[in-house]
Design a protein around this ligand. Structure first.
Ligand code: CU
Length: 124
């Protein structure tokens, strides 16, 4: 039955093309006035991860991490100017494959970094 064999081959190739660890891990980053959690953020190098930035506050904030977003391979979402801009109570997600390294992150809004909105991303 050629049709059956074709279907079986297609099913097999789908399985082979989707290794188990292709499913991105999920990590929620809480954004509040004035800080981020977790602190530091720990990620596995070369493993896809979906980061969801949840702004819990009624103020606008951003998550600015220039080296981190520049070196990562972004597969869904975006980080224009290497930052995630969040309106009050907004949540944004980005899926990426992080590159090994230690990166500094902060909120670039006026004086927010000085008030505690800084973080470290450790990728190893
Ligand atoms: Cu802020």
């Amino acid at each position: 039955m050629p049709a059956f064999r074709l279907a079986a081959a297609a099913a097999l190739s789908t399985l082979l093309a989707a290794p188990v660890d292709a499913q991105p891990a999920q990590l929620v980053v809480q954004v509040y006035s004035f800080g981020f959690a977790p602190h530091p953020i720990h990620l596995a190098a070369g493993k896809p991860v979906t980061l969801s930035f949840v702004n819990q506050s009624g103020s606008g904030h951003d998550f600015s991490a220039p080296g981190f977003f520049r070196d990562a391979k972004i597969t869904a979402g975006s980080a224009p100017d290497d930052e995630i801009e969040l309106r009050p109570h907004e949540t944004k997600s980005i899926t990426l494959v992080p590159a090994r390294g230690t990166y500094q992150a902060h909120c670039s809004h006026f004086l927010h970094k000085q008030m505690g909105m800084s973080d470290t991303i450790v990728v190893d």
